[in-house]
Design a protein around this ligand. Structure first.
Ligand SMILES: [Zn+2]
Length: 67
């Protein structure tokens, strides 16, 4: 089956019997992300978590005010 990446509109083809294809067929709202976008989001999430750990609450608040 062919799937379109939700973020960059790249078309990928999945094996019909793959885990992802089954997931997509079962849940209409499931967003497909291509490998590139998935990695990008994964890294961003990890980075956010990593920096969040070392930031004090007050510092975070101040940064938010600047933005
Ligand atoms: Zn993509």
């Amino acid at each position: 089956m062919q799937v379109k990446c939700t973020l960059c509109d790249r078309i990928d083809s999945l094996m019909d019997n793959s885990f992802q294809a089954k997931k997509l067929r079962n849940r209409r709202r499931y967003m497909y992300l291509c490998d590139n976008c998935y990695e990008r989001i994964d890294n961003k999430t990890k980075q956010r978590h990593a920096t969040g750990k070392f930031r004090l609450y007050k510092e975070k608040k101040r940064e938010d005010d600047f933005i």
